[in-house]
Design a protein around this ligand. Structure first.
Ligand code: R2B
Ligand code: URA
Length: 350
């Protein structure tokens, strides 16, 4: 190898180490700030309205995540969490965890895989990458509500300060180009109500679905329409209790409506501002709001429901689309952790 090449390689390596060290210093600063805040504020999470009976549980077994408060030191393991990112599948969340690791400047040996903390429970996946906790939530409101209860208890027991929650996912678009990213402005149920209905002791309770307007604005400001190569819009989301009949598909096992009723329904909800349909946003918005946690839902549309019901996009295309919400959320996390400043020193002479 030429002497000049060697010099260049050394130079590049030095640069990498330098930028990695800078990131680690900044992360340590954030963690220390978090700890100092904790000590100053004394032993309480910033969550609201938590169940008073939790105090009586010793241990509390978080069954679906294979965690319990006696076996795990929650403040030590989870105390630095500032962002909780959720998505439907285990593999998407492992992919996001790996992605966010590089985005926030952490590195891992290529031969090593991130550990799924909840693996033994065989229900959901849970990965921790510094201040980011990544969890899968399965399909539908009942599934996401279970893991949200347990994630909120983690935040509570770990005394986390001001965590922000995100759901990233896929959805059906109503009258918009497939591949478009939608930031939910309002999460509506199948009756176009901005509520999440929970039946307790046979009585329905309607919980408001409130998402953070500031987060929506902030996420919107982080889009780069010219370079992204796709649109990111904010709009109302209809959250349905199933994939087929509630979403007025004609391709389920049963169908007792006619094609023109389907068209009328989709046009009517489109006229009322609904731009997409998925299956978890109302529980996600209502449960995070109940704990006073700022939260946002970012989904990519994988078909235009005005044009059909079947998902015909190739696996490659779907994989590429699924990255879009992840990229936006990663930009937000990066900005919160490091501000607008992304200037790693690249001057190897200094
Ligand atoms: C979007 O896609 C899933 C159904 O295929 C569901 O979890 C959702 O919200
Ligand atoms: N997820 C849904 O719930 N509906 C769709 O049409 C696509 C993804």
């Amino acid at each position: 190898m030429e002497c000049k090449d060697l010099e260049n390689d050394v130079c590049e390596l030095k640069e990498m180490v330098k930028s990695q060290n800078k990131r680690i210093d900044e992360l340590i600063k954030h963690i220390k700030e978090g700890c100092n805040q904790l000590e100053a504020k004394e032993l309480k999470s910033s969550l609201f309205n938590m169940n008073p009976y939790l105090e009586c549980l010793d241990p509390d077994i978080l069954y679906h995540l294979n965690l319990d408060t006696r076996a795990t030191n929650f403040p030590k393991v989870f105390g630095d969490v500032r962002f909780v990112c959720m998505g439907g599948t285990e593999s998407r969340m492992e992919q996001f965890a790996t992605f966010i690791m590089t985005e926030i400047g952490l590195k891992m040996n290529k031969a090593v895989r991130l550990t799924n903390i909840a693996a033994e429970a065989h229900r959901y996946s849970l990965f921790k990458v510094g201040p980011v906790l990544c969890a899968s939530h399965g399909i539908g409101n009942p599934s996401i509500s279970i893991v949200l209860h347990e994630l909120l208890k983690i935040m509570h027991y770990a005394k986390c300060q001001k965590p922000v929650f995100f759901r990233m996912g896929t959805c059906g678009g109503i009258g918009i180009e497939p591949g478009t990213v939608v930031i939910t402005s309002e999460a509506l149920d199948g009756q176009l109500r901005a509520v999440y209905e929970v039946v307790i002791h046979t009585e329905p309770q309607l919980r408001p679905t409130v998402l953070s307007k500031d987060l929506i604005r902030e996420l919107k400001s982080l889009t780069e329409p010219c370079t992204d190569g796709y649109d990111t819009i904010a709009g109302k989301t209809m959250c349905c209790n199933d994939f087929y009949e509630s979403q007025s598909r004609m391709d389920g096992a049963f169908c007792d409506y006619k094609p023109d009723q389907r068209t009328e329904f989709l046009k009517r909800i489109s006229m009322s501002g609904v731009v997409n349909m998925e299956m978890e946003s109302t529980a996600f918005a209502a449960i995070t709001h109940q704990a006073c946690i700022p939260a946002a839902v970012v989904c990519v549309t994988i078909l235009n429901r005005l044009e059909g019901d079947q998902i015909e996009a190739s696996c490659e295309r779907l994989k590429d689309w699924e990255l879009r919400p992840q990229k936006l959320i990663a930009r937000y996390i990066h900005k919160v952790l490091y501000g607008g400043d992304d200037t790693d020193s690249s001057n190897c002479d200094s």
